[in-house]
Structure formats: structure tokens, C-alpha cells
Design a protein around this ligand. Structure first.
Ligand SMILES: Nc1nc2c(c(=O)[nH]1)N[C@H]1C(S)=C(S)[C@@H](COP(=O)(O)O)O[C@H]1N2
Ligand SMILES: [Mo]
Length: 344
């Protein structure tokens, strides 16, 4: 199956791709291999075979779930959120160069869309738990239909120093949090992603990782006007590989702070653990604001590869808070503004 997918020439060469998985994969491979060998003896035949996901989608834009709600689409653009200094990323590029480790754990890490065939984002529910007035669980399609949708154009910056500009459709995270009614004891909110090993080959093939994906924010960060729940992009429902049925977009933070396929919000009274921080604390902090002054231990963050399309990739300067200092700067009085080695 992999043989028929020809990686486009714009894919970043492996030596440049500062992938987050590389290190952890190598470190954990040995553990995993011995584990696999040990359990192979016990498991029924076939259980550990790398089952190939079914190739039911013919292209990266063909992965929009047929049963995704379309109420209110295309949503009106909110002119307060635009990116004047660069053009939009081509939508094929935004849906064919992705990070979504639930689907992929080895090989061409960014080529997620051919592996999402078995994933059924709808129906799915989101659970609201922890320090809330009343715990509840609701159908995500119902939630999407109920919210007033808007479109916002945001800069998007991955910690691996590539970036895009994406028109997201969705609603402010604050509106969802208001619905959740956290109690006065809640200081943070944890987000938990879908855990569907039968539909997600990356979870099956890397069972030693700490699934499901989990992230978190201080409540004040989550309530900031920029924090967005995306349920669509480019005027359509989210393609599966972009995080259907709903994902967070926090444009002033590195991409990994925005979990995809969120199925639980848990309100807590202390800083929650996060997926990449737990795997690699020396490289991925809890705060993780985009900051050209704070290099990743293995590469600079001063510039980024701006992916406008598959054939148009430019080197650009990275902005403090990804260009959103005015909106979020006051939340981070100690954010380094000169060259620093501090991981936050
Ligand atoms: N559940 C989950 N959410 C995730 C990830 C992931 O692997 N799993 N990757 C993160 C990273 S590293 C980035 S850069 C963005 C990528 O979003 P995109 O593929 O839509 O550009 O999703 C983030 N959210
Ligand atoms: Mo990322």
C-alpha cells in the first residue's frame, strides 16, 4: 500500500525534519521490541501483525467524514483575525503534511491521510469531567450544530520549525468552557484525545506510548479570545487527519499544544501532565509559546519554513508569540525576549 504513495518533492528531507518522534522512537524501540517478543509468545496468532488500514480515501481532501455536520458552513469570516503578511496555505498542503501520531509511528511521519480510512470521527461524544458544577457528556455533532461558527485565519507554527496559514472554522474555546461551568477551584483544564486503537494504526503500532494524547492549559490561557475549537477548515468540516471531529487551535503556541480529536475536557486544580512533556521534558515544556528567542535544544526557532503550497516553501522569521503578543503577552510576564536556553 505504501508503495503507491509517492512522497511529494516538497517534503522536508529527513535530515532537516526535526521530528519529535525520532528520539523517543529510538529510545523506546528497544523496550517495545522486547515487550513485543515477550507478548508474542502469549498472544493468539495474528494479534501483533501490523494490520494495514483500509485505503478508502482517494486523496487528502476526500477524508472529510460524510456524516460531519454542515450546519452553518461556510461560516462568516471574523475580520478581527487575519494574517496580513503572508498568503493562505494551499488547502491540499494543509491536509497532506500533518502530525497525528495516532495514525503513524514509523516511516513517512507527515503522510497521515492515507492511514485514516478506518477512523470514524462521528458519532463521538465529548466528556466534561473534574471540577465542574455538573459532569456531562454530549454528542459532538450536536455540539457543533449548536455553536455559532465563525472563520478565523491564524498563523500555525509547529515546534519542528514549519508553518502554515489556515482559515479555521469553529468557535472560541471560552464558549465551550462557559458551557462546562468549572467551579472556582479549577485552575487548569486538561484535554484528552480519542483512543481508538482499532481505527488508529499509530496507537496499534506504538502501544508503548502513553495513549491517549493529552494536553493542558491554565484556565486563563484557555479563556483567552484566541483559543479556538476548530471543527472545520477552508469552509468545510475538518478532514480526519486535521483532527476531526474537533481539535484545539492555539496560534501563539507550538502546534503540539493543540490536541486533535478531543473527546474529554477535565477541569483540575494543578498543572496537568502533557504528552510530549512526559516523553521528552528537556525539549517540550508545558507553556510552549512560539518564541524565536528560545531555541529547541536540537534546532533554532528563529526562522521557520513557511509552507504556502507543495511547491512554494519560504524561510521566514519567527515572531514572538507567533505574532500574537498583543493578545496574549500579558499572560506571560517572564517570557524570554532575549536569547535564552530555558525550556518552558
Ligand atoms: N491527538 C493529537 N493531537 C495533535 C498531534 C498528535 O499527534 N495527536 N500532533 C500535534 C502537532 S505536533 C501539530 S504540529 C498539530 C498538527 O496539526 P495539522 O496536522 O492539522 O497541521 O497537531 C497537534 N495535535
Ligand atoms: Mo508540531
Amino acid at each position: 500500500m505504501a508503495g503507491i504513495i509517492i512522497p511529494p518533492s516538497w517534503r522536508i528531507p529527513e535530515r532537516e525534519a526535526a521530528d519529535k518522534a525520532g528520539y523517543a522512537n529510538r529510545r523506546q524501540f528497544i523496550r517495545a521490541t522486547s515487550l513485543a517478543i515477550a507478548s508474542a509468545a502469549l498472544a493468539p496468532a495474528g494479534c501483533l501483525a501490523r494490520s494495514a488500514p483500509s485505503l478508502v480515501h482517494s486523496g487528502p481532501l476526500d477524508t472529510i467524514p460524510a456524516n460531519a455536520p454542515r450546519t452553518g458552513l461556510p461560516a462568516a469570516r471574523n475580520a478581527a483575525f487575519s494574517v496580513p503578511e503572508r498568503p493562505l496555505t494551499d488547502r491540499v498542503a494543509a491536509s497532506s503534511y500533518n502530525n497525528f501520531y495516532e495514525f503513524i509511528s514509523t516511516g513517512d511521519l507527515k503522510n497521515v491521510w492515507p492511514l485514516v480510512g478506518d477512523y470514524q470521527p462521528f458519532p463521538q461524544t465529548v466528556k466534561v469531567s473534574g471540577l465542574v458544577e455538573k459532569k456531562f457528556e454530549i454528542d459532538i455533532a450536536d455540539l457543533i450544530r449548536e455553536m455559532e461558527l465563525e472563520e478565523r485565519i491564524y498563523r500555525f507554527r509547529c515546534v519542528e520549525a514549519w508553518s502554515m496559514t489556515v482559515p479555521w472554522t469553529g468557535f472560541p474555546l471560552r464558549k465551550l468552557i462557559d458551557k462546562c461551568a468549572p467551579t472556582s477551584k479549577a485552575t487548569h483544564v486538561a484535554f484528552i484525545s480519542a483512543d481508538k486503537p482499532k481505527e488508529m494504526p499509530g496507537i496499534r503500532n506504538a502501544p508503548w506510548w502513553d495513549w491517549p494524547y493529552f494536553e493542558g492549559l491554565r484556565l486563563a490561557e484557555a479563556m483567552n479570545d484566541l483559543a479556538f475549537v476548530a471543527t472545520g477548515m477552508y469552509g468545510e468540516p475538518l478532514p480526519k487527519q486535521n483532527g476531526s471531529p474537533m481539535r484545539l487551535v492555539l496560534p501563539w503556541k507550538y502546534g503540539y499544544k493543540g490536541p486533535k480529536a478531543v473527546v474529554e475536557l477535565r477541569f483540575v486544580d494543578q498543572q496537568p501532565p502533557t504528552f510530549w512533556n512526559k516523553l521528552q521534558p528537556a525539549e517540550y515544556g508545558f507553556v510552549s509559546n512560539v518564541n524565536p528567542n528560545v531555541p529547541h535544544p536540537r534546532w533554532s526557532q528563529a526562522t521557520e519554513r513557511y509552507i504556502q503550497s507543495e511547491v512554494n516553501i519560504e524561510r521566514r522569521d519567527t515572531f514572538l508569540f507567533n505574532g500574537y503578543a498583543e493578545q496574549v503577552g500579558s499572560l506571560y510576564p517572564d517570557e524570554p525576549t532575549t536569547l535564552s536556553r530555558r525550556i518552558r
